[in-house]
Design a binder for this molecule. Sequence first.
Ligand SMILES: [Zn+2]
Length: 179
Amino acid sequence: VTTLPFGRHRSAPLGEVPTSYLAWLVRTVRLSSGVRAAVAAELARRGIDAPPPAPPAARPVPPCARCGAAGYSCGWQQTRDGRRQIHAACTRCGRWLGFLPQVEPHTGQADAAASAAPILDALTRLEALGVELAGDGRAVWFAGDDWRRVPADLQAVVRQCRHTLAGMLGDTRRKAAAS
Ligand SMILES: [Zn+2]
């Protein structure tokens, strides 16, 4: 980014935009990461450190669109690239209510619900229930209709380590075909 895409100095080369305006931008305007980085770099060139971006705000979780319940629970969900996100679910029916920003109180709620040993927990509890996991090496799912028998807190434990489990299980469809 070498010019601003909006505002009073739209299309002006960043090097010609007044310092006060650039400082105001990084302080108060919600910028895309590319524009923010360019403005911060221009400020740095002028000897001014840009403040870090404001953290995302906690946000209220709306009532469940399926059952109308207002209660929700938070849990960590593993992402494919090994990071994690906060999954919110309806406490009554389990419906997914969205991903929440990683700030309090959401992070504290997700931490409180987390299993310290999710893989061991998931495998032993699924074994006890007689529920099998299937997978393609990248994602896992409960075989057949078995998810109906898996309580919400156990589904949350599986979400916590679902890509690690997928890697451990490999492609169960290929194994089934081979046996
Ligand atoms: Zn619900």
